[in-house]
Design a protein around this ligand. Structure first.
Ligand code: NI
Length: 173
């Protein structure tokens, strides 16, 4: 397994619509495992392939509390096929938007259809934190970041700060 570099916003690769996976084969399984390792190391509770520069519809999630409570979820081509009528605000963050957090309102519960690591079509019902994380990660596959759900004022303020940090990180010669 390998740690993958995580892209930080603003980055045009984070805005792409990712393509569907034809089949979950050995290379996709390796990508899923590398993404999980990268997510645990960060640490984070969800990661989408576009965040590691791979424009394919693959996400991984684990909302387990710690390393003794691992609940890894590997999904290819995840699709939200049902959402609840009621919404919940949740304080979200993102490994591609480091050190910024904001409340995003999303449906409280969802049903997701996806292809698992064995290339089988499955469905998962989720509520609470898991529902939020799944919606956040699936958004990434369509080039949508959680800050895109905020007002343009808030979004631009966060993007300006991220850009400033990026420029300061470049070594001056
Ligand atoms: Ni994210």
């Amino acid at each position: 397994m390998a740690l993958l570099p995580i892209l930080i916003a603003p980055d045009p690769k984070l805005k792409l619509k990712a393509v569907r996976v034809a089949a979950v084969d050995e290379s996709i399984r390796r990508l899923m495992d590398d993404m999980l390792e990268t997510m645990y190391a960060a640490p984070g509770i969800g990661l989408a392939a576009p965040q590691v520069g791979v424009s394919q519809r693959v996400i991984v999630v684990d909302i387990g509390k710690d390393e003794n409570d691992r609940q890894p979820v590997r999904m290819a081509n995840p699709e939200i096929i049902w959402v609840s009528d009621d919404d919940t605000p949740y304080e979200e963050g993102c490994l591609s938007v480091p050190e910024h957090y904001a409340a995003v309102v999303r449906p409280s519960a969802v049903r997701v259809r996806y292809v698992d690591a064995q290339n089988e079509i499955r469905e998962m019902d989720a509520d609470g934190l898991l529902a939020t994380v799944l919606q956040h990660e699936i958004d990434h596959l369509d080039g949508i970041l959680f800050i895109d759900h905020l007002s343009s004022l808030k979004r631009n303020m966060i993007l300006r700060k991220l850009l400033k940090n990026k420029k300061e990180a470049v070594p001056v010669r």
